[in-house]
Design a binder for this molecule. Structure first.
Ligand code: SIN
Ligand code: MN
Length: 263
């Protein structure tokens, strides 16, 4: 899949691009059916909320689940990413974020590059996220919030928050978020399962707790230009990958093909 010039310009200006309904219900089902199986595993990659039960995120699911492996090389996700980053990319981080009904906790205000630069010594913000909704994302179930155009501010001052949630994150202070929101406002892209969201690694974002009775599962693939690979290996390799092999995209029908094979 190739983005139009207008879409590229919108990404560069706003810091994100929302593509509702990119995947069919049948394709979503291939992945969604795997989520309970992945989340049920008691393995180090499956990170739980502070309650020790609800799954916050399943890291590196592309390494132990075939459907998620295929998604990590899917042309409708990786094609636009290679176009925006202008070259071959590898997967720096892979997350299936649960944001469970009633129990899914907040993600504080942050920039992803803030963590990748400080913890992993990623040289430049030549990396980004592509997200795919596996559930409908609504105003109720903890939609991701963006401050448009905040990616133009570069890497901002941040503090290492080890307490607020079960997962350490470099987060922004209230004054910074208030200043940026006064300038850029705020958006929360909502849409059906199968929608795709691309966003710049310096875009300021967060999400509230999910107190609704509906899960909000989103897959996040953080891709980095191969020349810009991380230089420090402080975090576990299943959180910040060390295999910088360029992704080779699979066929567009690879998810449906898996469903046919399993039938
Ligand atoms: C993230 O910022 O990496 C995840 C946010 C979310 O899933 O709401
Ligand atoms: Mn993030």
């Amino acid at each position: 899949m190739k983005l139009t010039e207008e879409q590229v310009a919108e990404f560069e200006e706003e810091g994100y691009l929302f593509l509702p309904g990119c995947y069919s219900a049948a394709e979503v089902a291939v992945l969604r059916d795997e989520v309970p199986r992945v989340f049920a595993q008691r393995r180090k990659e499956v990170w739980r909320e502070r309650d020790g039960e609800a799954v916050r995120t399943a890291f590196a699911a592309h390494h132990y689940n075939e459907a998620f492996r295929r998604l990590g090389a899917h042309p409708r996700l990786i094609g636009p990413v290679m176009q925006l980053l202008d070259g071959p990319v590898y997967i720096h981080q892979y997350k299936v974020n649960g944001k469970a009904a009633f129990d899914g906790d907040v993600w504080q205000w942050h920039q992803d590059y803030g963590t990748w630069a400080r913890d992993d010594l990623m040289p430049e913000p030549r990396a980004m996220n592509v997200a795919m909704f596996l559930d409908d994302v609504t105003e109720f179930n903890g939609a991701l919030m963006f401050i448009p155009r905040s990616h133009k501010q570069g890497k901002l001052e941040a503090g290492h928050d080890l307490l607020t949630t079960s997962y350490p994150l470099w987060t922004l202070d209230k004054a910074t978020v208030a200043r940026l929101a006064a300038e850029g406002g705020m958006v929360a892209p909502k849409g059906p399962a199968g929608s795709v969201l691309l966003f710049h690694c310096n875009l300021v974002h967060a999400s509230p707790a999910n107190i609704s009775p509906w899960d909000r599962t989103i897959v996040y693939i953080s891709a980095c230009h191969v020349d810009n690979h991380i230089r420090q290996f402080k975090r576990d390799e299943w959180i910040a990958h060390r295999d910088f092999t360029p992704i080779e995209v699979l066929r567009d029908d690879c998810l449906l093909e898996l469903a046919r094979e399993d039938a």
